[in-house]
Design a binder for this molecule. Structure first.
Ligand code: HEC
Ligand code: HEC
Length: 164
């Protein structure tokens, strides 16, 4: 193809893709949780597991978790004070009861205002959504843990958690 046309086509393809993602985000509703874009959070909280979307937990949960990183589910995930502060700010600002409300709202249903749940996988709504997942599925070698979202939600890193 003529060299001039190629960038134009690439541009159009990119437009098509972003329009598609946009419409999926709109249609996604309950399944779309904006993925972590904040570089420090992505690096430090995405090294052992999926960098869980901030909107999946309320602000109080993130505050509590970030204050106890040395005892993080049996691991020491502690960071220097500056990094801890920056990540805490990002998670809290985008929590499911703050900036990320329009996404996390449904997942946080049933969580009282004075609670600070430390697991997404124990939220009443999460448990309900996964009630029909057969026990044998959780035990599969490539799953291993309920927190291993990406084993079943192939697009978890892109923020999509629909059935697939
Ligand atoms: C050194 C490894 C490590 C690092 C780094 C780490 N985590 Fe974790 N995290 C774990 C382990 C282990 C679990 C428990 C996973 C399981 O139950 O399978 C966990 C669980 C979690 C859960 C609960 C998942 C559930 O069951 O719903 C959240 C939320 C979480 N981490 C957030 C974070 C955040 C935020 C950061 C960054 C500040 C972080 N993690 C960094 C090891 C790590
Ligand atoms: C063993 C596979 C498996 C794992 C691991 C898993 N899920 Fe799911 N998840 C499913 C299935 C299957 C459904 C659809 C359930 C249904 O509709 O009956 C689902 C549904 C959901 C929904 C509801 C989507 C909707 O349709 O509204 C959300 C949100 C979700 N999962 C988030 C997560 C998160 C976050 C994690 C990790 C912390 C996770 N899941 C781990 C299998 C899994």
């Amino acid at each position: 193809m003529p060299a001039m046309i190629r960038p134009l086509l690439l541009g159009l393809a990119a437009l098509g893709i972003s329009a598609l993602l946009y419409s999926r985000a709109q249609a996604g509703g309950d399944h779309y949780f904006p993925p972590v874009k904040h570089a420090q959070t992505l690096a430090e909280c995405g090294s052992c597991h999926l960098a869980f979307p901030a909107s999946m937990l309320p602000a109080a949960s993130w505050e509590k978790m970030m204050a106890n990183l040395d005892q993080h589910f049996g691991d020491d995930a502690s960071l220097d004070p500056q990094t801890t502060a920056a990540i805490t700010r990002y998670l809290v600002d985008n929590a499911g009861d703050r900036g990320g409300r329009s996404y996390g709202r449904k997942l946080l249903r049933g969580v009282a205002a004075d609670e600070a749940p430390q697991r997404i996988t124990t939220l009443p709504k999460w448990v309900k959504e996964h009630r029909e997942v057969p026990k044998s599925d959780w035990k599969k070698k490539d799953v291993g843990s309920k927190a291993n979202c990406a084993a079943c939600h192939k697009e978890a890193e892109q923020g999509y958690f629909e059935e697939d």
